[in-house]
Structure formats: C-alpha cells, structure tokens
Design a protein around this ligand. Structure first.
Ligand code: MGD
Ligand code: MGD
Ligand code: SF4
Ligand code: MO
Length: 687
C-alpha cells in the first residue's frame, strides 16, 4: 500500500491529505493528521476530490475545432501543438507580439505560474498576461503593499487566531469557504476570546459570532471610518505605537473626524448601538486581529476598504504584535504563490515589478535573455478580456486554469469577446464552459497526478506530490508550455521538471520581496512547509518567516503607512428601476465556477438560487422555491427563490458556481487593484 502525502486541490487552506491508490484508476482520500493547518480535517469537497479521477468527465485527448462543422474533434498532441504554434506565429507576424494573450490561474502550482510568466515574456514576447487572481484578493494585495510594503495574505500562521482577544472578520464566510479553519474560531471562543462578523448575510460564520453586524453591501469602508472616529473620540489610539512604528496618522485622524456614529448608521445600516458595542470590545482587548475576505475586497473601493481597516488595526497598535494585526484570507489553492511569480501583468518573479530596471536586469539574467527583450506592463485581467478580438486587443488567448465564461464579471460581454477571437486555446481537466468555446482544448493533469509547490493562505510553501500516473493522453501544463516554446523557437528552453523549475524560481526570486531561494522540496517535507521570505544563506539555513513585522515593516523607512481613504459608495446605487442590492458568493459544497465540483456526483449540486428575505419575497409575491428573475443593467437570470430571514431585506444573494450570476455583475474596477465589483450592484427581482 503506498500512501502519498499531498494537499487538497481546491482552496487556499491547502489541507494536508493522504492519498492511497484504490480500485482501477482510483484514489482514496485519507487523513493526514499531523499536518498542522487542518490537523486531519477536510471539508466535503476535499473528501470527494478523488472522484474526478477515472471519471468520464476527464479530458483525455487534445481536441481541435473542425473548420467545417465547428465541432471539437479528437486530435494528437503534435497536431494540436503544431496548430497553436502556427496560428500564434501568423497572428504575431501580422499584428505584433501583443496579438497573443495569456490568462493564468491562482490554482496553478508556483512552478506552473512561474513558467507561464516566463513563457509569455520570453517565448511569446507578449505583455498581455494576467490571471484570475485579479478577481480574488488583488485589493488586499494592493492595500498590503501600500500600507506594509509587502503583500503576504496572513502575516502570521492561522493558529494565531485562537490566541487573540478579539477577531474581526470583515466579509468572510470562513465556516463555509474553509471549514476546517473554523476550528480556530471555535477555540478562540473556548479560550474566552470574542468573534465579530461583518456580513450582509447571517452565515454559518456569523452564527458563531459574539457580535454580528449586518451592513448594506459596499459600505464597509464607511464602517471602518466610523470605527476609527470612535476609537479616537474615546482616546483609544495607541499613541506610542503610532509614533514609533507608523507614518501619516495625523491626516487620517482629521479625515475621519466627520464620521460620527449617526452618519455611519445612515450609510451602513449598522446601528450606533452596535457600533459602540464593537468599540467596547476593541478598546477592552489587548490583542485584536482584523481579517478581510472577498466580502470586503471585491468592490470598486476594495483597496480603500482594506486600507481603512488596516488604519483601524494600526491605530490600535496591532500589526507586528503577537496574535494581533491585519490579514487577508486568500482564496484559491495557490492564491498567494500565484500572485508572486510573474503571471500578473505588472510583475516578475519574487514579487518584483516589471517596470523596475533592477528587477528586469536580475530576472533576465536568470532567464538568460537581454533585459530589453522583456515586454513592459500589460493589461489587468478584466481589461485584458475586454480588449480581446472585437475589443481591439489580442486576437488569440491561451487559458491555463480559469473558467472565464462562468467567473468573469459581466460575463455575457466577456463571452462575446472570447467568441470574437481568431484563436482560443484552453488547457483544462474537464470540458468547462470556456473550453467548450475553444478552438483547441488540451487535457491537463490533476493535482494527484503531479508534483509542485503551492503557497497557502499563511505564506507557507508546501508540496503537492504526485500519487498516481496521469491517464493516458493527459499532460501537465509544464509540458504544454515547453512544447509550445520549442515550436515557437524560444531563445531558451523550458524545463518540464518541477524541482528543476523550483530551483530556478528560487534564483529568480532571490532578493525580491517573496524570496523563495532558501526553500527546497526536502525542507518543505521535513518542516511541514516553509514560510517565505526564506532567503538562501551560507552556513545556517534561514528558518523562514512565519510571523512578519515584529521589528519593522517592509517599507523603505520600516514604518507602516496610514493612508487617508474617502468613502464613495458602490459604483452602482439602487434606483427606481433597480431598487435592490445584489451580492454574490459561495456555498460550501461547490468550488468556484463549479467546473470541477459540479462534476463530482457525491457533492450536492442544487443549482443557482436567489436568496431573499421574507419581506422582499412577500412584496414581489414569491414563495420559497418559486422561480424568480433577477435583472440588472447587464442582464438577467432565472433561478428558484430561497427565502431566508438571515439576509438584509434590501439585498439578494446569488452564488456564482453556476452560469448566471455573472451575467448580472458590474465590471466597475477598483482604481489601484483593478478588481471588479463582484460584491454589489443594483438589481431588481420579479416573479
Ligand atoms: N465552498 C467554497 N469554498 C471556497 C471557494 C468556493 O468557491 N467554494 N473559493 C475559494 C476562493 S477562490 C475564495 S476567494 C474564498 C472566498 O471566501 P469568502 O470571502 O469567505 O467567500 P464569499 O462567499 O465570496 O464572500 C464572503 C461573504 O461576504 C459577504 N458579503 C457580500 N457582500 C459584502 C459586503 O459588501 N460587505 C461584507 N462585509 N460582506 C459582504 C457574503 O454574504 C459572504 O458571506 O473561498 C475559497 N473557498
Ligand atoms: N459573481 C462572482 N464572480 C466571481 C467571484 C464572486 O465572488 N462572485 N469570485 C471570483 C474569485 S475570488 C475567483 S478566485 C474566480 C475563480 O473563477 P475561475 O477562474 O473560473 O476558477 P475555477 O472554477 O477554479 O477554474 C479553474 C479552471 O481550471 C481548471 N484547472 C484546475 N487545475 C488546473 C491546472 O492545474 N491546470 C489547468 N490548465 N487547469 C486547471 C479547472 O478544471 C477549472 O475549469 O471567480 C471569481 N468570480
Ligand atoms: S477547506 Fe479547502 S483545502 Fe480544505 S478540504 Fe475543503 S476545499 Fe480542500
Ligand atoms: Mo478567489
């Protein structure tokens, strides 16, 4: 019996699990109790993750679109790769290098994300690369960089949560989006700590809260400004910390002066009484932790919202202190590592910026090319997709690890852009809605069939280990990249060996903010993961960095920055035609666009629904289960009503795991992170 220790294919908790071979092609998921983060616990998505393996839903042969019938037909690997390379060469000869774009994913291993960024810049020579992480935590990333000089989702291990006095969760439904992590919330409370949850819906996470605040979607920024106002009014600012460890407080203090509680109540719907209760909890606590997730971040003012909550944490003197501070709960399996090594339009490996001459020089040196040969900054994810084909931008798109048709905002428009391309290539495990539109589909290995590193939500670099051979005909993204690079006459070869690529990634990241150069596969296995930054060292190896900011921040002067934020409100406000707020998000049993989990038969696939309050249901004449239509300025969808008392009466919620929700969403973008406003727009619901 061989057991292989690896990690769940889905979310950023990257739960440790043990895989055992079973049956024909099957694998059985077993507990790996010693892995610290989940301590053996898995959610039902993790337990059932092995089911896609050996299922008929797996893609096992490349497919190309038949020119006459327009249908996809089976093809050989050489035929498919030759065809892509020919079309890419032709389009680039006619329209320039940027005629070809690349879209990556936060589920790809570090090795894949690194190779993809290098492939775009070196083999394709295109600036047009970005990835679905823009949909995810980019606002928190932008805020972390601005305030702390570095973006590591959690600057401390998850286990620190249970040692805090007060934990404030802003827009996180942790109990359903990373269920095994909810144990830390339970232990926090068992130890006498308190939990605050801020969400327009009373979720399974909110049920656990000592204080639950239910703001209007898109008003968290006003709430944070009001919290800081009251803390200041009560003399609860940690003046010593502010003086020693930060800059910019005076301007922020002035800017929140007008955010008195009554005004906050009017804007957010959170009563002055509740607000004062929160202030009492915060001022009575020594160790306060503020954690944000997509509810706070997926807004056109997402970065500002996170910065305003960071201001609260700084004013209380928390970041850098034990069991305290600010953190973002990253989402995708490699949401953290996926944003560090170059698949983002403005980045090079090691979290270096592509327009920094020193960064270009260093990375080009590792890649063996001239720095001048590297393209500059490209477009952000939505802007890239919006520019495709008829949009006047790239004419070909290569997709690695994203189901754009379901998950992009204003999806009908984005789908039209995809349809107007000369060439769409999709690498995937299954025939996703996006793959179904492609000219070429390439069948890719699944997590259990491959090796590579992932960086979890704590910044802990862990190892995904191959447990079984891939099905006949299936190849890794690394093989696709290497095969295409060779056919395109890349000046340098692309390895397909994960450990060799990781070594190179280490060198490319050395000296950068996310320095992986001291990390090896052996160390990851021996130490249950290694936290970055972990520079290479002569003599005693660097221990890695589980906790950051104890002595200084990563800014040039070592101080954290208070930055003034102004509340603007959601990009689209309710009006007579669209009187409600629509928000979107997740349910426990489905993952993301559902491409994988909707195909796992033992997971419940309830289909989309429209969650609404009984008062709203009565007003429109809908009963639980009745089909209703949700309309916004972008489109409409039909789904059964789910009538619950746990949502605000002025708000409806639709999960985005099924086609539909994103026909409705707004493509308004955050000015600094370029994050779309998935979490709020104006809507109407009718029976
Ligand atoms: N089951 C499951 N788990 C997942 C995933 C999945 O698809 N399914 N995906 C993974 C990924 S990639 C991510 S990014 C994470 C996301 O993890 P979360 O951020 O926890 O998930 P969401 O459901 O998107 O949003 C969280 C909450 O935000 C609330 N919300 C909506 N609008 C607002 C608002 O304006 N303000 C506030 N304060 N709250 C608001 C929603 O009601 C929701 O309960 O989950 C990861 N884990
Ligand atoms: N309305 C609304 N929309 C949202 C959100 C929301 O809250 N509301 N959340 C946003 C967020 S946070 C995220 S992260 C995105 C995610 O949305 P998507 O980017 O669509 O994420 P997935 O559904 O995980 O898609 C990953 C695809 O890659 C495939 N795949 C998995 N592993 C690999 C691999 O190693 N290689 C390759 N080539 N393919 C692989 C899967 O089968 C799947 O088809 O959705 C965003 N969209
Ligand atoms: S919490 Fe996330 S990583 Fe853990 S088993 Fe569930 S989906 Fe997998
Ligand atoms: Mo995400």
């Amino acid at each position: 019996m061989t057991e292989t220790r690896t990690h769940c294919p889905y979310c950023s908790l990257q739960c440790g699990m043990s895989l055992q071979r079973s049956g024909r092609a099957g694998i059985e998921v077993r507990e790996w109790a010693e892995f610290p983060v989940n301590e053996g616990g898995l959610c039902r998505k993790g337990w059932t993750a092995g089911e896609l393996r050996g299922s008929r839903e797996r893609l096992t042969t490349p497919m190309v679109k038949d020119r006459e019938t327009g249908e996809l037909r089976a093809a050989g690997w050489d035929e498919a790769l030759d065809l892509i390379a020919d079309r890419v060469r032709g389009l680039q000869a006619d329209h320039g290098k940027d005629a070809v774009a690349v879209f990556g994913g936060g589920g790809l291993t570090n090795e894949k994300a690194y190779q993809l960024g290098k492939f775009a810049r070196v083999a394709l020579g295109t600036s047009q690369i970005d990835y679905n992480g823009r949909w995810c935590m980019s606002s928190a990333a932008s805020a972390g960089n601005q305030a702390f000089g570095v973006d590591r989702g959690l600057p401390f291990p998850l286990e620190d949560i249970e040692q805090a006095d007060v934990v404030v969760l802003v827009g996180s439904n942790m109990a359903e989006t990373m269920p095994p992590a909810a144990r830390y919330l339970d232990r926090l409370r068992e130890r006498g700590g308190q939990l605050v949850v801020i969400d327009p819906r009373l979720t399974a996470t909110g049920e656990r809260a000592d204080l639950f605040l239910q703001p209007v979607p898109g008003t968290d920024l006003a709430l944070a400004l009001g919290v800081l106002h009251l803390l200041d009014a009560q003399g609860a600012i940690d003046e010593d910390y502010v003086a020693e460890r930060t800059t910019g407080f005076d301007a922020v203090r002035t800017s929140v002066a007008a955010w008195w509680p009554e005004r906050v109540e009017r804007v957010t719907g959170v009563s002055t009484f509740e607000l004062r209760e929160l202030i009492t909890m915060l001022t009575g606590a020594e160790k306060v932790m503020v954690l944000t997730a997509r509810g706070a971040e997926q807004h056109a003012q997402g970065t500002a919202t996170v910065l305003a909550w960071i201001n609260v944490a700084l004013a209380l003197g928390m970041p850098g202190k034990s069991y305290s501070g600010y953190g973002c709960l990253t989402g995708q399996g490699n949401g953290q590592g996926g944003r560090e090594h170059g698949q983002k339009s403005d980045q090079l490996p090691g979290y270096r910026m592509i327009d920094d001459p020193a960064a270009r020089e260093h990375v080009a040196g590792v890649w063996g090319v001239a720095p001048e040969s590297l393209p500059g900054k490209g477009r952000s994810a939505y802007e890239l997709l919006d520019s495709l084909g008829d949009g006047g931008g790239a004419k070909a798109l290569l997709v690695f690890g994203s189901n754009i048709v379901v998950s992009a905002p204003r999806a009908t428009h984005v789908t039209q852009r995809l349809e107007s391309l000369d060439l769409l290539v999709v690498c995937d495990i299954v025939m996703s809605e996006t793959a179904a539109l492609a000219d070429v589909v390439l069948p890719i290995t699944q997590w259990a069939e491959e090796t590579g590193t992932m960086t979890n939500l704590e910044g802990r670099v862990i190892l995904r280990q191959q447990a079984v051979a891939p099905p006949e005909g299936v190849r890794s993204d690394l093989d696709v990249i290497s095969g295409l690079a060779e056919r395109l006459g890349s000046p340098v070869p692309f390895s397909t060996e994960p450990e060799e690529i990781f070594d190179e990634l280490g060198r490319a990241s050395a000296g950068g903010k996310a320095d992986y150069s001291g990390i090896t596969y052996d160390r990851i296995l021996a130490e249950q993961g290694v936290f970055w930054p972990c520079p290479a060292a002569d003599g005693t190896p660097h221990p890695g960095t589980p906790r950051m900011f104890a002595d200084s921040f990563a800014t040039p002067d070592g101080r954290a920055r208070f930055l003034v934020q102004e509340f603007g409100g959601a990009a689209e406000q309710p009006d007579a035609s669209y009187p409600l707020h629509l928000t979107t998000g997740r349910v426990l049993a489905q993952y993301q666009s559902g491409a994988q989990t909707r195909r796992i038969t033992s997971l419940p696939d309830q289909g989309a629904f429209v969650e609404m309050h009984p008062m709203l249901a009565a007003r429109i004449g809908a009963h639980d289960g009745d089909p209703v239509v949700v309309r916004t300025r972008r489109g409409e969808m039909k789904a059964p009503a789910k009538v619950v008392t746990t949502i605000r009466p002025d708000t409806v919620f639709v999960p985005f795991h099924w086609v539909g929700a994103n026909r409705l969403t707004n493509d308004a973008l955050d000015p600094s992170s370029r994050m779309p406003e998935f979490k709020v727009c104006a809507a109407d619901v009718v029976v």
